[in-house]
Write a protein that binds this ligand. Structure first.
Ligand code: PBG
Length: 333
């Protein structure tokens, strides 16, 4: 008989009751996006004398060093807490081994000092990898047989990290995916009395089709550049868990998953295994997809961006690197 059915009780359950009003929905919201969650990437350029748009990243510009102080102040005034710096390097300075990366007076080192001075309240992060500085656009040193040399690259990343620390960076963020780099960088920083400099590890960074606009912004290599011998294969989950586990054990203060939307499952699983803060990188191609659809009036920008970024929080991200940071600070809160 119907009354005896074990499903009968569900008929008294009306989950829609708690969805009735804006106020109720806000009261039972399980996650909330905040300005402090957003990390704002900045492309600092030594090849542009003025702020220069990036075609595939509408709304994002290459910022000359002379404009960086103003940019940092503007970002801070919007209520954002942190920036992640990337250098757009003069092609004449690029080499096979990317040695410009550890020039103590290089662009990125100057940029760090500039932001620290202009907006002392901001948390300053800098990417650690060789791709902005190599002629071939790879994140590591390319040997004559076409392989990317792991340990030689790690040595260069250590040198780079030390110059970033001396320039005043708060976080070094290795994005290269060489083995053992977190341990090597942590040890070298501590030995040099930079024990207060934190480490944000790009732990689960996948070889992705969604980095194209970023590479255009940096001028770092051809579109189809193949980084599959060091970045993760998108078929894999367990390997990402190992990367995160190793990076945490090696001393990472925060763990990053990259890209974002196609990798929410990865972030969610890492969330279950670590107590460290987790960061998701909403990458250039994901930003470009949204912007392109909005330009065509196929999507409504505010709700689409809010839903996208909130989904990353729901998956377990504490922080999100996004090219939408400034726009979101102005439009979503
Ligand atoms: C390179 C680096 C990349 C990004 C951040 N650091 C590109 C790559 O690995 O080729 C991509 C970011 C983005 O697409 O927004 N070390």
């Amino acid at each position: 008989m119907a009354q005896d059915s074990p499903t009968i009780g569900h008929k008294h359950q009306r989950l829609r009751r708690l969805r009735q009003s804006e106020a109720l929905r806000a009261m039972v919201a399980e996650v909330e996006l905040n300005k402090a969650d957003l990390i704002c990437p900045i492309f600092v350029s030594e090849i542009n004398s003025q702020r220069t748009p990036i075609a595939s990243l509408p709304g994002v510009e290459r910022i000359p060093l002379a404009e960086l102080a103003d940019e940092a102040k503007r970002i801070s005034a919007l209520g954002l807490k942190s920036v992640l710096l990337f250098p757009v390097v003069d092609p004449a300075k690029k080499t096979n081994d990317g040695r410009e990366a550890y020039n103590p007076n290089g662009l990125i080192q100057q940029a760090i000092a500039c932001v620290r001075h202009a907006a002392p309240e901001l948390v300053v992060m800098a990417d650690v990898a060789l791709d902005p500085f190599t002629t071939h656009g790879h994140d590591g040193i390319l040997s004559s047989d076409g392989t990317i040399l792991n340990d030689e690259t790690v040595d260069a990343l250590v040198k780079m990290s030390l110059t970033l620390a001396s320039a005043g960076v708060h976080f070094v963020a290795p994005s290269d995916m060489m083995d053992g780099r977190v341990c090597a960088i942590r040890q070298a920083l501590d030995f040099a009395k930079h024990e207060q400099v934190s480490l944000l590890a790009y732990s689960a960074k996948y070889a992705s089709a969604f980095y194209g606009p970023f590479r255009e912004a940096l001028g770092s290599g051809a579109r189809g550049l193949d980084k599959k011998t060091y970045q993760l294969n998108y078929t894999n989950i367990r390997e990402a868990l190992l990367e995160a586990e190793f990076d945490e054990a090696e001393g990472a203060d925060m763990i990053m998953v990259k890209p974002g939307l196609c990798y929410l499952d990865i972030l969610c699983r890492i969330r279950a295994r670590t107590q460290k803060p987790l960061v998701m990188y909403h990458v250039s191609g994901e930003y470009a997809m949204l912007k392109a659809a909005v330009e065509k009036t196929w999507l409504d920008e505010k709700p689409a961006v809010l839903e996208t970024l909130t989904s990353m929080k729901r998956a377990g991200a504490d922080l999100i690197v996004t090219y939408y940071a400034q726009w979101a600070a102005k439009n979503l809160f």
